[in-house]
Design a protein around this ligand. Structure first.
Ligand code: PHE
Length: 340
């Protein structure tokens, strides 16, 4: 009898039931009129007097434990069946809301696609750069005032300071150092300039710069490539004009305007009534820049260009405040759902 009790005591915590009926079957099996525990109480009457005290305690313990376990199982199957009843598997699912691509990503991808058709591949480089790759190798002599054209965030101030790149031309330097011409790359990426944040300027923005180096690359090739890009981006009617400009790394240099696609040249407040919109800087790579990266400037020539993605996006969608691109307000972002 003692063995039976201890065996049952050990078994009880392991009892399980899948539903109400199984719980009830367990109850009958243990505590019912002819249940095994009930029967033990009958046996108990015949037990020797000297063992009765101890056996009685064990038996009561067993009865309490069994009742507790059965109650626990009953609660468990009730919770489970309630949960199952509240799931209607015939209901249609809830669609997860679809996000949108960021407008700057949409424009960046579009620019990349256009230049891919001209044989360009994408090159990337570090956002935290050294002075040499951002300025030195690009023909900015030390102390040259042209460095002030791009207000720089410095990380260190040693001889070759570490800084946040102010343009992705640094990626072009890295490509020239490692690749043999022909080089035909575009460099999309984030750039940083120490400027006060306003509707028209931000300390972080995005660029796509391009570089093409080969034998006999001419200014005419540059013009034609930019015209092709402009027509793909702004429509087949787009015209371009080049104004002389200055960059330390290109000679000659130009500022490129595209005909205003908003007023079609008639004059509006986006083009400030000129009919033209400035979209990029460009020029023939200065021989000093080629030589600094070990490219023979007698044999090779090249052109480079660089544009701000925010600026192109602004012209495409007439978003007049740059800050919208950085605030990630879904009411703004959702408007680009169909533009992907
Ligand atoms: N790196 C220049 C800038 O950020 C743009 C540029 C690139 C101009 C290539 C000419 C040639 O302003």
């Amino acid at each position: 009898m003692r063995n039976k009790i201890t065996q049952l005591l050990a078994d009880i915590p392991h009892l399980t039931a899948k539903n109400k009926e199984e719980v009830e079957a367990l109850r009958v099996q243990l505590l019912g009129k002819r249940g095994s525990i009930t029967m033990l109480f009958d046996d108990f009457k015949q037990a020797p007097a000297e063992e009765k005290r101890e056996l009685g305690q064990l038996l009561n313990q067993l009865k309490v434990k069994a009742a507790e376990q059965i109650n626990r199982l009953r609660e468990q199957v009730e919770i489970q069946s309630e949960a199952a009843a509240s799931i209607d598997t015939s209901m249609p699912g809830q669609a997860a809301p679809l996000g949108t691509r960021h407008p700057l990503s949409i424009v960046r991808n579009e620019i990349i696609d256009i230049f891919k058709h001209l044989g360009y591949t994408v090159a990337e480089g570090p956002e935290v750069e050294d002075d040499y790759h951002v300025f030195g190798a690009l023909n900015f002599p030390p102390e040259h005032p042209a460095r002030d054209m791009q207000d720089t965030f410095f990380v260190t101030t040693d001889e070759n300071p570490i800084l946040l790149r102010t343009h992705t031309s640094s990626v072009q330097v890295r490509a020239m150092e490692t690749q043999e011409p022909p080089v035909r790359i575009i460099c999309p990426g984030r750039v940083f300039r120490n400027e006060a944040i306003s509707a028209r300027a931000h300390c972080i923005f995005h660029q796509v710069e391009g570089l093409y180096i080969d034998e006999n690359v001419s200014f005419a090739d540059l013009k034609q490539s930019i015209l092709y890009f402009s027509r793909e981006m702004f429509g087949a009617e787009a015209q371009i004009r080049l104004r002389p400009s200055y960059f330390p790394f290109t000679e000659p240099s130009a500022e490129v305007d595209v005909s205003c696609n908003i007023c079609k040249g008639k004059g509006c407040n986006i083009c400030k009534y000129t009919g033209w919109l400035e979209i990029m800087g460009a020029g023939m790579v200065d021989p000093n820049v080629l030589e600094a990266s070990g490219i023979d400037s007698q044999k090779y020539t090249g052109f480079a260009f660089g544009m701000g993605i925010e600026r192109i996006a602004m012209l495409k969608w007439q978003v007049k405040d740059l800050r919208h691109y950085f605030e990630n307000d879904v009411r703004f972002l959702n408007q680009f759902k169909t533009a992907m």
